[in-house]
Design a protein around this ligand. Sequence first.
Ligand code: ZN
Length: 480
Amino acid sequence: MKYEVVIGLEVHVQLTTATKIFCGCSTRFGQTPNSQTCPVCLGLPGALPVLNRQAVECAILTGLATNCAIAPRSIFARKNYFYPDLPKGYQISQYELPICEHGHLEIETEDVVPKAIGITRIHMEEDAGKLIHPEGAEAGACSYVDLNRACTPLLEIVSEPDMRSSEEAIAYLKKLHQIVVYLGVCDGNLEEGSFRCDANVSIRPWGQKEFGTRAELKSINSFRFIKQAIDYEIERQAEILDEGGRVVQETRLFDSATGLTRAMRGKEEAHDYRYFPDPDLVPLTVSPEWVEKVRETLPELPEAKIERFIREYGIPRYDAEVLAAIRAVAGYFDACVALHGNAKTCSNWVMGEVTRSLNDAGIPITEAPVSPQMLAAMLKRIDDGTISGKIAKTVFEEMWKSGKDADTVIAEKGLKQVTDTGAIEKIIDEVIAANPAQVEEYRGGKEKVFGFFVGQVMKASRGKANPAAVNEMLQKKLQG
Ligand SMILES: [Zn+2]
C-alpha cells in the first residue's frame, strides 16, 4: 500500500431514557407512527423545550468512562437545516461548548499493541424523525413522516482521526459499544439504529503531514458493513490518486447489497448550518458535586473486570474475557463463584452449559431459568458425590426445562449416583459374565478393552455408578 489510511469516527448513541430529551414523550421503539408526540417534539410554535436530567447524567457517565473532562458549562445550539423529518427546521445540538471533551479509549488489534484513540468530544443532541417511503401501490406517490423518534436523546461521540486501518476502526467501535451497553446508557441495538456510525476516511502518501481529502460514509448499521465500506473507500481513493486525480469532499452512502459506496451529496461545512445558541435553553451547568455523584454510579468496566477475574479467581485470560464481555453474564458468574467457591468450575459451566442453553433458547442471561443459586447448589452435589459430573449435565438440562432445583430433579428422576459397592459389584459381575470373549482379550494383554467394560457398566447403571468406584472394582475383577 502506497498510502497511509486515516480514519475518524462519529458515533451516534441513542440513550435509554424513558422519555425524550426535551419533552415527556415516551422513547419506546416500534410504536404506532406519531403516537408518541407532543407540541414540543412536533415543533409547534410557542412550545418550549425542558432538558431531561437523566439524559445529562448518561452523558456525564459516558464521558467519565471514556476518560473525558466534563465541562462545568455547556451550551445547546440550533443546527439549522431543512428536511421533512425535522419539524422545527433546526436540530438542538451542542456546538462550541460540548458537555465532554479530550477523552480516549485504548484498543488492541492483532497487529497493534494497546493504542490510545483520542475522543475529541461528546455532545448531546436530539434525534430527527423518520421518513417512510411506502412500497407497493403507493410507491413513489408519497412519503410519510413518523415523528416518534423526533427529540429522542442522542450522544454524538467524535473521535480524533487516530485510526489507521479498518481493523482499528472496528476495534474502537466494538470497545465503545461494549462500554455504552455496560453503562446501561444505550441498548446497543445496531439494527434498530441505537448505535450508528459515520466514518471519515482519507488517505495520504506515507510521510505527508497534511491529511488527504476525506469522504464521509453515512450511518452504517453493522460492524461488518462498516469494515466493508471503509475498505472499499480506501481502495476507491487509492485508485483516484494513482491515476493522478483528486478526491472530492463528499458524503457517500454504503450499499450493503453491492459492497460499494456512492456519492450522496457534497459535504456541508459547519457554516452551512448557521449554528447559534438556542435562546429557549439556558446554559447547562454541571457542578463538581454532580459529577462526583454520577461517578459513584460508574460500574466496574470490562477491562477492570477481566483483570479482577484473573487476579482474584485465578482463571485463564480467555475465560475472563469471555465472561466479562457482557455485564449480566459477568454478574451471574460472580454470584456463582461467591456461592460455590471454585471459580474454574463455575467458569466452565457458565461458558459451557449455561451459554449453550441461552443460545438455544435465544434469551439473555437475565431470563435464564437456572439462577446462579441453583447452579451453585447443583455443583455442590457433584462435589459431595451425590451425582457424577456426567449426570450433572442431565440434571442441569432438567433444571433448565422445569425450573426445579437440583435436589428435586435428582430425587424425582432417580439420578443419585450409585456409590454402594455391592450394587456396583453386581453390575460388574453381570457385565463380565455376558462378555467372555472381551474378558479373554483383556487378560491376553489387550488393555484397550478396559474402556469397553467401563462403558458397559456405566450404561447398565444408567450413568449413575460412581466412575472412580467402577474403575477400581473393574481392575480387580478383570485381573481376577
Ligand atoms: Zn414530545
